[in-house]
Write a protein that binds this ligand. Structure first.
Ligand code: PLP
Length: 434
């Protein structure tokens, strides 16, 4: 297989300066890390793949693939059921992953980690279990206008069921949360503030600790959608001070169909089960049933065991590289991409310049984002085009879609260049930028 362009052949001097700075400040070499992702050696449409869609789903390093493979070949049985050796081994692998993830996010205890299908299911779990129990007619819930649909629709359905009311914190022109608007809505004494740590639509990094403090000051609980933050930042739920934190494995080098909900133990204790069936009970008679202990109470049925094992390995991979090290690399990519993209005439970039991650949402002249994505794809460049499950945010900016390029630990400065060259090509195809 062909390997991608060498990191050493950066032609633009600014890029070289940044890259030199990067080489000074990071260890290990990110080319070595990149080489651990087999899919990145692919050619797409005759060009080396430039994968700039990690905000939708990240690629997987070899060790995660190998761990899942080994689990299925050598260790698989159902968990928490058998007393035979293989079942004990599978249960150990499953619970070890829970431990790894609990430690990783700074949980007080591994029982505060519930495995789900992902961020979406984690939020649905809270909306159903906590929401149906504690939210009454006339209660208020605060969301924001930059939420992913996963953090809007479950609350809309809860509001329909209960007669609760939803309010949305406004977004400023440069794509940040309007904190005055938050304060205004908090005066109404909501039950819950549920908001994203990092915007998937614009890359905005929200002041989560500040928001949690303001919410708690009026007695509201807080849920943080961490789908875009957990892959990039060292999360410590105790420091954040929140009540629930939701995230997905597949955006942080792990497999699809698995994720986690961290929640405070005292809240989990008073919440009823989310789904019911096997695994979540301690005793069933024809008259009724008793629930299993937290977290098993929330994990009905046979779970995604191989997925959970792969999730644990992905978190170990991120820890071994080091989230600090990843942040240095991503910051360098971010600075470089910001510099290059803002220099492109006719390109409108959404979101703030500071307090952001390396998710870049933009429109380019009047080229439709889908057309842009198609042209880039012909050159092997994968970006996302559409509303990114962020329709209220798109409405807020009066647009229907953007093109979105998102970077992760395996991306290079050359790929920023490739994106900009692709944009030039698209401009030619469309006979210039209007
Ligand atoms: C991807 C994403 C989700 C949904 O995650 P799933 O893994 O699809 O459940 C929710 N919120 C944000 C901010 C996201 O980026």
């Amino acid at each position: 297989m062909e390997t991608n362009q060498s990191e050493n052949q950066v032609s633009i001097s600014d890029s070289q300066a940044i890259e030199e700075a990067l080489n000074e400040s990071t260890n290990p070499d990110f080319q070595v890390i990149r080489d651990q992702f087999p899919i990145l050696r692919r050619n797409i449409n005759g060009h080396p793949l430039v994968y700039l869609d990690s905000a939708a789903s990240s690629q997987k390093p070899l060790r995660v693939l190998e761990r899942i493979d080994r689990y299925l070949r050598e260790q698989h049985a159902n968990v928490h059921r058998g007393v035979h050796s293989l079942s004990i081994e599978a249960t150990d692998a499953y619970e070890e992953a829970r431990n790894t993830i609990a430690v990783h996010v700074g949980a007080a205890d591994s029982s505060e980690i519930v495995f789900t299908r992902g961020t979406t299911e984690s939020i649905n779990l809270v909306a159903s279990s906590w929401g149906d129990t504690f939210v009454k007619e006339g209660d208020e819930i605060i969301l924001t206008k930059m939420e992913h649909h996963s953090n809007i629709v479950p609350w809309q359905i809860l509001a329909e069921r209960t007669g609760a009311r939803l309010n949305y914190v406004d977004v400023t022109a440069d794509g940040r949360l309007d904190m005055n608007d938050l304060d205004r809505l908090l005066e109404r004494r909501p039950k819950l503030v549920s908001f994203t740590h990092v915007s998937n639509g614009m890359g905005t990094l929200n002041p989560v600790i500040d928001i949690v403090e303001r919410a708690h000051a009026v007695g509201a609980l807080t849920l943080i959608d961490g789908a875009q933050a957990a892959p990039h930042l060292q999360i410590n739920v105790e420091e954040l001070g929140c009540d629930f934190y939701a995230f997905s494995a597949h955006k942080m080098c792990g497999p699809t169909g698995v994720g986690a909900l961290w929640g405070r133990r005292d809240l989990f204790e008073i919440m009823p089960p989310y789904q019911s069936g096997g695994e979540m009970i301690s005793e069933v008679t024809l008259e009724g049933s008793r629930w299993a202990e937290v977290p098993h109470k929330f994990e009905a049925g046979t779970p995604n065991i191989s997925g959970v094992v792969g999730f644990g390995e992905a978190v170990q991979f991120l820890n071994d590289v080091g989230l600090d090290t990843i942040a240095v690399h991503e910051n360098s990519l971010k600075k470089y991409a910001l510099e290059r993209l803002t220099a492109v005439e006719g390109l409108t970039l959404y979101g703030p310049r500071e307090e952001r991650t390396s998710v870049f949402s933009f429109t380019y002249g009047d080229i439709h984002p889908h057309d842009l994505s198609t042209i880039l794809d012909q050159n092997g460049i994968a970006i996302r085009a559409g509303h990114h499950c962020n329709q209220p945010l798109m409405d807020h900016f009066g647009i229907s879609a953007t093109a979105r390029a998102s970077f992760y630990l395996y991306n290079t400065h050359n790929e920023v260049d490739a994106l900009c060259e692709g944009l030039q090509m698209a401009a030619k195809v469309f006979g210039g930028i209007a």
